[in-house]
Design a protein around this ligand. Structure first.
Ligand code: ATP
Length: 246
C-alpha cells in the first residue's frame, strides 16, 4: 500500500483509488474496471469531490423507488464490490432487495472473489452464481446477458452502478426501472436511467442507506432529465468558482 500523507488535499480520492487497486490485486476488479474508475475520478474532480444538491434529490427518489418496488435487485460488479461491500448488504436489507453478481468481464475466479467479500460483509443470498436458475436477457452481447430468473430477469427495479450504456438500454427495453450511480452525467447510462445519482458511489451509497431507513410514504415529483441538467449546471458553476479563485 502506498503511503498517502494525511494532509493531502485529495486524500479521499486517493484512498478510494487504493481500494480499487487492492480490489484488482484480490481478483475483484478487472483491468478495464481500473480504467472506468479513472474516468470516474476525472468527473469527481470536476464536481468538487462532494455530493451535490441534485445528487441528494436523486438519492431521495432512489430510496423511494427501491422501497416501493415489487422485486428490486442490486446488480453487483467488481468495482462496486471493491468499493462498498458493506453498504451493498445494508441497502439490500433496508430496501428488501436481492443481490445479484453480474459481470461484463466474467470469470469464475472473479465471481468467487466478489461472493467472498459480500459474504464477509454479511450477505446471505447472492444470485448470479447458479447456472440452473440463469437465463438470457435479449439485446446484450457480453456475459452480462446471463441473469438470474428470480433476480434481474423478473425484477421491476434494478440498481446498476458504474454501468455500460448497452446494458442499461437493454434493461430499459425489458421494462425495468433503472437506478444508477454515474459520475458522468452525459454517459449513455446516465441519460437512459430513470434515476441517475451523479456522485461517487462511495459517498452516495452511504447516503442512500441512510435515506432508505427513513419512513416516507410519498415523494414530490422527480424528473431525471431535469435533475441531470441541474447537475451539469452545478459542475459548470463549480468550475467557474475555481477558475475565479485560481
Ligand atoms: P456509457 O456506455 O454509459 O456511455 P462509458 O462507456 O462512458 O458509459 P463505462 O466505462 O462503461 O463508461 O462505465 C463507467 C462509468 O462509471 C463512467 O461513466 C464513470 O464516470 C463512472 N464511474 C466510475 N467510477 C465511479 C465511481 N466511483 N462512482 C460513480 N461513478 C463512477
Amino acid at each position: 500500500m502506498t503511503l498517502i500523507p494525511k494532509s493531502h488535499p485529495r486524500l479521499n480520492s486517493l484512498l478510494i483509488r487504493e481500494k480499487l487497486v487492492k480490489g484488482f490485486d484480490d481478483n475483484l476488479v478487472a483491468k478495464e474496471g481500473l480504467l472506468a474508475h479513472g474516468r470516474g475520478e476525472a468527473f469527481d474532480y470536476l464536481i468538487g469531490e462532494k455530493t451535490s444538491k441534485s445528487a441528494k434529490e436523486a438519492i431521495k427518489a432512489a430510496a423511494f423507488m427501491l422501497k416501493n418496488a415489487e422485486n428490486s435487485v442490486i446488480s453487483v460488479n467488481g468495482n462496486f464490490a471493491a468499493l462498498c461491500p458493506i453498504e451493498i448488504v445494508q441497502l439490500a436489507k433496508t430496501t428488501n432487495s436481492k443481490i445479484e453478481v453480474n459481470l461484463f468481464y466474467s470469470s469464475e475466479k472473479r465471481k468467487k472473489a466478489i461472493t467472498k467479500i459480500l459474504r464477509k460483509s454479511g450477505a446471505e443470498e447472492i444470485l448470479g452464481l447458479n447456472k440452473k436458475s440463469s437465463t438470457k436477457l435479449l439485446g446484450i452481447d457480453s456475459a452480462r446477458r446471463i441473469v438470474d430468473k428470480n433476480g434481474i430477469f423478473s425484477a421491476d427495479v434494478v440498481l446498476v452502478p458504474l454501468e455500460d450504456g448497452d446494458r442499461t438500454i437493454a434493461l430499459k427495453k425489458a421494462k425495468k426501472k433503472i437506478i444508477t450511480f454515474d459520475l458522468n452525467p452525459l454517459s449513455r447510462t446516465a441519460q437512459t436511467a430513470n434515476i441517475t445519482i451523479v456522485d461517487n458511489v462511495t459517498r452516495a451509497m452511504k447516503l442512500l442507506v441512510i435515506e432508505s431507513k427513513k419512513k416516507k410514504r410519498k415523494l414530490s415529483k422527480y424528473d431525471n432529465k431535469k435533475n441531470l441538467k441541474v447537475s451539469i449546471i452545478e459542475i459548470k458553476k463549480n468550475l467557474e468558482r475555481r477558475a475565479n479563485n485560481a
